[in-house]
Design a protein. Structure first.
Length: 246
């Protein structure tokens, strides 16, 4: 558990300040030279293979707190309370000394250590969730318009906006979608029962309303997607229409 805490702090430092040799950790030359010397020894002992290259992994335990405190402005959005971080770090440091001296932690100490580790991991997760914007990675349907003058967007898709159509009507939908990485977008329109399914490159659907659509809350499922992404990249918007018999 101590190692988890240490490595979580190291990864946090990498996320915030970087892991390159030239990353500015705002530490003294003496400490920096000590890290590089330890890495050189590790490389020598492993013949240059299978050794950790990231310099922050050669920092002593106490150095980790120093880096965070010396760059507190950058870590503030993650850790929030400097005094709280210092208290927790000091507590973990005491547990570390206990274990290194050959003694075991008592149950209450183990529980506290586990809580401190989880608290740190949760803080990092919350930070990442705030920093990572969905629209930077995934396609999004911005707006759908029909030939009757109705429109739907992500923000108002749940509003009770139901065009009234009749069997035999020609209906047209125009889909406006955006992919942040400019990949080719394909489109799909489906009736919720599966009786209609159109898949095409064009963002304009034109089809005739038939008897299968009759109902007060007929759901049409519109999907925009890309096929050349390394992950599932699709956006779906559901719209509802009322279809009257002939």
């Amino acid at each position: 558990m101590i190692k988890q805490y240490e490595n979580t702090l190291r990864q946090l430092i990498i996320d915030v300040l970087g892991d390159a040799d030239k990353s500015d950790y705002n530490i003294s030359k003496e400490i920096s030279e000590k890290w590089f010397a330890k890495r050189s020894n590790a490389k020598k002992n492993n013949d240059g293979f299978l050794f950790e290259k990231r310099i922050i992994f050669y920092a002593d335990f106490e150095d980790l707190a120093l880096v965070i405190e010396q760059n507190w402005k950058e870590f503030l959005p993650v850790l929030f309370d400097k005094k709280r971080f210092q208290v927790f770090f000091k507590e973990v440091g005491q547990f570390r000394k206990t274990i290194n001296s050959g003694n075991n932690l008592i149950q209450s100490q183990e529980n506290l250590l586990s809580g401190i580790v989880m608290d740190l991991k949760n803080a990092i997760t919350i930070y990442h969730n705030k920093e990572n914007l969905v629209d930077d990675y995934f396609i999004s349907i911005q707006k759908i318009s029909d030939n009757l003058g109705n429109s739907w967007s992500k923000s108002d898709a749940n509003q009770k906006k139901k065009p009234v159509l009749k069997v035999g009507d020609d209906y047209e939908l125009l889909v406006e979608a955006n992919d942040p990485k400019d990949r080719k977008i394909e489109y799909q329109l489906a009736h919720f029962t599966g009786k209609l399914k159109l898949k095409q490159d064009s963002n304009r659907f034109h089809f005739k309303i038939d008897k299968a659509f009759i109902g007060q809350n007929t759901m049409l499922i519109v999907k925009a997607f890309t096929t050349d992404a390394d992950y599932v990249n699709e956006s779906i918007l559901k719209i509802y229409v009322t279809v009257l018999p002939e």
